[in-house]
Ligand binder design. Structure first.
Ligand code: HEC
Length: 147
């Protein structure tokens, strides 16, 4: 009779391999799949605090530390929906924050806001991850709309 004990380690190894590749696949899907709402919101908030809050303020009200030094007051970003007649212009903001030239900007923002396309592209490994970051940022921005 074939000793079964010799078979077991192979089986265990195969199982381990299956689990390992499964785990790798699971990790990969965590990276590429859209994040759960709460996570998107908190990483969007983190991006906002890092890149936008210096001018627009920690809560988007336009009162950032740098604001007094600017020639033009930073917009109050909690009033975007009100300014666009009750509709948060998600797609236009997304295109604008990813734009790399004035021609590709649906919203006529200040020239400075055109920086963000190149900034987010340079921070991200792929255009898709730059876009994912901007979408998260906008998830946060939409959540702070007051009206
Ligand atoms: C260096 C300061 C500065 C930083 C940093 C900055 N902004 Fe601005 N932002 C401004 C100023 C000033 C205005 C007003 C420009 C104008 O009216 O022409 C503005 C306007 C805007 C507007 C237009 C709002 C409206 O209702 O039309 C949006 C949207 C915006 N910023 C988003 C962002 C986002 C998102 C970030 C971070 C990625 C950011 N800004 C970072 C200075 C800044």
């Amino acid at each position: 009779m074939r000793p079964i004990s010799r078979f077991r380690p192979t089986c265990a190894l195969a199982c381990l391999l299956l689990v390992a590749t499964g785990a790798v696949r699971a990790t990969a899907s965590v990276v590429t799949d859209p994040k759960p709402a709460g996570e998107a919101l908190s990483s969007g908030r983190a991006t906002f605090r890092q890149f936008c809050a210096p001018c627009h303020g920690p809560n988007g009200k336009g009162n950032g530390a740098v604001a007094p030094l600017l020639r033009k007051a930073p917009a109050d970003l909690t009033q975007i929906r009100r300014r666009y007649n009750g509709i948060f212009p998600q797609a236009d903001l997304e295109a604008t924050l990813l734009a790399t030239s004035r021609d590709r900007t649906p919203l006529r923002l200040g020239t400075d806001e055109l920086l963000w396309g190149p900034v987010f592209q340079s921070l991200s490994a792929t255009p898709e991850s730059a876009r994912a970051r901007v979408v998260e940022l906008l998830t946060y921005l939409e959540s702070v709309q007051e009206r």
